[in-house]
Design a binder for this molecule. Structure first.
Ligand code: HEC
Length: 153
């Protein structure tokens, strides 16, 4: 059981890498930002699963989830050019109408991710308590942005 759950964490890490590759290969800004958010969703799933004890905590997996969040927070803002409010997107017009507000939410997300990276060290947070302290604030940034800038479904 233990081994199976560790394997699940490892395959989730592999999935994060794949999502990141997709993100940087795509040229369509809408697809690119959605792929970045998919990798964020996968990292949140992995990190949240470990926080809840559904997946055994592995420091390297904690580190990977944090690193994914940080990379996403740094790249994400580049994929909202003028005109990309049209098309198959869940981004609300508020992103373009209130770009400063959107950038602020993004900066909060980036700051939380950056702090988590610092807490993560070389090997990743040592135990699940340390991981929770680092990753919890990153997860709080999701809803803060989505409630104003993403269509609810
Ligand atoms: C600064 C704003 C912002 C933050 C912070 C943010 N998101 Fe998003 N997210 C968006 C927007 C905007 C979309 C819709 C993008 C589109 O469809 O063009 C989105 C879409 C998504 C999607 C759907 C991706 C897809 O396949 O289309 C997921 C999953 C997601 N976010 C998860 C998260 C999680 C988990 C966090 C926190 C760890 C987070 N987001 C933080 C703005 C944000």
């Amino acid at each position: 059981m233990r081994i199976i759950r560790k394997a699940a964490a490892v395959s989730l890490i592999a999935g994060l890498g794949l999502a990141a590759t997709v993100a940087y290969a795509a040229e369509d800004p809408i697809k690119t930002r959605q792929a970045i958010m998919s990798s964020v969703g996968a990292a949140a799933g992995l990190g949240g699963g470990m926080m809840k004890g559904e997946i055994d905590y592995v420091p390297a997996a904690g580190k990977a989830a944090i690193a994914t969040m940080r990379a996403a927070s740094l790249a994400y803002g580049d994929y909202f050019p003028a005109g990309s409010d049209q098309g198959d997107t869940a981004a609300l017009p508020a992103v373009w109408e209130d770009r400063a507000g959107f950038d602020e939410k993004l900066a909060d997300f980036a700051a939380a991710a950056e702090k988590a990276v610092e807490a993560s060290g070389k090997e990743g947070p040592a135990d699940v308590e340390a991981f929770k302290a680092a990753f919890g604030p990153v997860l709080q940034a999701c809803k803060a942005c989505h409630e104003t800038y993403r269509k609810s479904n």
